[in-house]
Design a binder for this molecule. Structure first.
Ligand SMILES: [Zn+2]
Length: 180
């Protein structure tokens, strides 16, 4: 353990001084001459911490942990963004007149058994529902997928915010306790 003390210069730098230099003089890197206080006062000065004695372990750990939290936060946010981007297109509201026109054109090309199948599959349920609600299976899947994506995006966003907040708190904590 070094027992050198740090003598502060007016320029903001510190000069390490040995106890045996007490009462003497030293020169700062800026060129200013500094009076070294007597031993009694020298003891009150901050101790020089040698490079190998620096509490680098905990600093490194906090820094590592903060970086990890930031990485997790970024990953969660990126995943949320990815889900948003890969979200299926919103189903367009059903246009009955357009559907009728398209159906007429389609029906003209159909064979009788295709027509019958079409009736069973598409028209009969619509008649039953008075043509009020028309939703294709694709539309329903898309709507459900969007809902699922939105929910997941919400969770991911909250997760990202929590991790970012934790990283911020940790950063502030270790920055405050950091020597120097
Ligand atoms: Zn100086």
């Amino acid at each position: 353990m070094s027992n050198r003390r740090l003598l502060a210069c007016t320029c903001g730098q510190t000069v390490p001084v040995e106890p045996r230099q007490a009462g003497g003089e030293t020169t700062c890197a800026c060129g200013a001459k500094l009076l070294i206080p007597p031993l009694r006062q020298l003891r009150d000065l901050p101790e020089e911490v040698a490079a190998s004695e620096k509490p680098g372990g905990s600093w490194g750990l906090s820094q590592g942990l903060t970086s990890l939290l930031v990485v997790v936060a970024v990953l969660l946010a990126a995943t949320a963004g990815f889900f948003r981007l890969t979200e299926p297109a919103k189903p367009v509201p059903f246009d009955f007149s357009n559907w009728q026109t398209e159906s007429k054109a389609g029906i003209a090309k159909m064979t009788p058994d295709q027509l019958w199948q079409r009736w069973i599959d598409v028209y009969a349920p619509q008649v039953g529902a008075n043509f009020q609600v028309y939703k294709s299976v694709e539309d329903q899947i898309a709507t459900e997928t969007i809902a699922r994506h939105r929910k997941l995006e919400g969770y991911l966003g909250i997760g990202a915010a929590i991790f970012a907040a934790m990283a911020g708190i940790l950063f502030a904590m270790f920055k405050g306790s950091r020597p120097g």
